[in-house]
Design a protein around this ligand. Structure first.
Ligand code: AHG
Ligand code: MN
Ligand code: MN
Length: 335
């Protein structure tokens, strides 16, 4: 019965009571939910209101900004400042920390990728938003990047919104992973995917194969063995997908298993990889681990990394446990 579903707000209140948490956490999540609904609305209206195309500027990473990158960033900054729960925020689209003025008692830090997969906007393919919530350590100046440089294991919550055929919000507070679908007419997210899990085995992998000439030996070995199919060393056929929206790839893995790789290669090694640790790799690693999967850089667990820079890049290999363990083994062996 659809009317018997529970809303995301009710779900958070239940969790709050069960875990004896303060209302502050539910309040700050409410602001993120509102921001995601507003971004969803702008993504959905698309070209009708001139939301497609480039903004004509570059972000701190030297990447071309799309109009929706900037609009989504502004929505996140504005909506999440209103509740007074965050002391500061950091974003893919901002070089420096954004201190929240007038929130002297804000006890949390918010990191976000306001629009992930933004090369997909103009071709009307799924994009998303990613967020990670940290506590502000006692006695630390929230306006300095150092306050944010905490390993992923310290995350209080993480999640993403997926702006696909339906808009979904997937969330972990360290107690499993739950998925909610936006009912646009009602204006609320409803729990539709309770207790999401990643199957330990899979026959599907995701990697940008146009970069294969740059791959290191362990990744090359893994992909070659998958491509060899039934008659190869794996003894089974594999399927491949590449959406170029990490949110969409992670969501697929939560629904039907799989492996996602954006590894270090000879072209991106100097930068540390492609994806950003603080607002892409860590929140996704938290979600994947909470769903029973694994997330590594190669040999190392992503969430154990001590960050050194707000916009640090890392290699990312995540998904079905047995496959990611195999890829990590190949890295330990050097091929
Ligand atoms: P963003 O749009 O926030 O810059 O992130 C894009 C990321 C990620 O979502 C995706 O997996 C990857 O970059 C796509 O990279 P390629 O362009 O190499 O396919
Ligand atoms: Mn991104
Ligand atoms: Mn982005």
């Amino acid at each position: 019965m659809p009317y018997k579903r529970i809303t995301l707000t009710h779900f958070l209140l239940q969790e709050q009571r069960r875990l004896g948490r303060s209302g502050a956490f539910t309040a700050l999540m409410t602001d993120i939910i509102t921001a995601c609904k507003m971004v969803s609305h702008e993504v959905n209206r698309g070209a009708l209101v001139g939301n497609h195309g480039v903004a004509g500027s570059e972000n701190v990473q030297g990447e071309e900004q799309k109009k929706l990158d900037i609009l989504a960033n502004d929505i996140f900054l504005h909506m999440n400042a209103l509740g007074g729960n965050y002391a500061a925020m950091a974003s893919e689209e901002l070089e420096d920390v954004h201190a929240v003025t007038g929130s002297a008692d804000g006890r949390y830090l918010l990191l976000f990728d306001p629009l992930d997969g933004s090369s997909n906007i103009d071709v009307n393919i799924s994009v998303g938003s990613i967020f990670s919530i940290l506590r502000l350590p006692d006695g630390v100046d929230a306006s300095k990047a150092d306050a944010f440089l905490q390993p992923g294991v310290q995350q209080v919550a993480a999640g993403y919104a997926l702006y696909g055929p339906s808009t979904m919000l997937v969330l972990t507070t360290g107690n499993g992973v739950n998925g909610f679908t936006l009912d646009r007419d009602v204006g609320m997210f409803f729990l539709t995917h309770p207790g999401m899990t990643v199957t330990p085995d899979t026959k599907e992998f995701a990697i940008n194969a146009s970069r294969s000439r740059f791959w290191e030996a362990p990744v090359r070995r893994y992909v070659d063995e998958c491509l060899a199919g039934k008659t190869g060393p794996r003894g089974k056929d594999f399927n491949m997908r590449w959406v170029a929206s990490m949110v969409a790839e992670v969501h697929r893995i939560l629904i039907r298993g799989g492996v996602f790789m954006y590894p270090k290669d000879s072209e991106n090694a100097a930068k540390g990889g492609k994806l950003r640790l603080m607002y892409e790799a860590n929140p996704m690693a938290f979600i994947i681990e909470q769903a029973g999967g694994t997330a590594v850089t190669g040999c190392d667990r992503i969430m154990d990394l001590q960050p050194t820079n707000l916009h640090q890049r890392v290699p990312v290999i995540l998904g079905s446990k047995n496959e990611v363990d195999r890829i990590a083994d190949y890295h330990r062996q050097g091929a």
